[in-house]
Design a protein around this ligand. Structure first.
Ligand SMILES: Cc1cc2nc3c(=O)[nH]c(=O)nc-3n(C[C@H](O)[C@H](O)[C@H](O)COP(=O)(O)O)c2cc1C
Length: 168
């Protein structure tokens, strides 16, 4: 799919089939995340592939939506703050930004393969830390189911370009 079509075709899938994801496809999705740019190429993230059937009860505590546990896999990403690049002027650490970019590569590669995702930030961070065994200096950033959509693409609602884009 050409990139512009992909950007418009991806949507947040909130109903999934239980059909398994082929390992070749999963590997392409993970490789796309790893190919993402990161500040100073620090790659300060860890990506987690979680088998839904093995972890259903904990995943239900992580995010309380029935559709969250319908897909065969859930992916999560955590930022490793000590590995992140820090801007010297104000000390801002970019590990969370890097993790978000990697996760969006994952999401877009999945969409290109016809595999659905939905960014989830409204998860319980304590449950995320427990599930992923995260130390205090790692920040859980996002989760998504990874599975074939059981719903349909919806027309996107976006603010007008004039409100979002400024030409200086
Ligand atoms: C950082 C981020 C966090 C999000 N968190 C959630 C979430 O917790 N639950 C949810 O159902 N959707 C979540 N979404 C999905 C957004 O609601 C969705 O992307 C937005 O409404 C636009 O719809 P679209 O993705 O179908 O284009 C999140 C999206 C982003 C980018």
């Amino acid at each position: 799919m050409d990139f512009n079509r992909l950007a418009h075709h991806r949507y947040s899938v909130r109903a999934y089939k239980a059909d398994p994801i082929k390992d070749e496809e999963l590997q392409l999705i993970l490789a796309a995340a790893r190919a993402a740019p990161t500040a100073a190429n620090r790659q300060p993230f860890r990506l987690y592939v979680i088998e839904t059937a093995k972890w259903t009860e904990k995943l239900k505590r992580l995010y309380h939506r029935d559709w969250f546990v319908q897909a065969p896999l859930v992916c999560g990403i955590a930022a490793v703050k000590p590995e992140g690049w820090t801007r010297r002027f104000d000390g801002v650490n970019y590990a969370v930004v890097d993790a978000a970019i990697a996760f969006d590569h994952l999401v877009l590669q999945a969409a290109d393969l016809g595999i659905g995702t939905c960014w989830i930030a409204a998860f319980d961070p304590d449950v995320a830390r427990e599930l992923l065994s995260l130390p205090d200096d790692c920040e859980p950033v996002a989760f998504t189911p990874l599975g074939y959509p059981a719903d349909d693409w919806r027309q996107k609602s976006r603010r007008p370009a004039g409100e979002l884009v400024k030409y200086l």
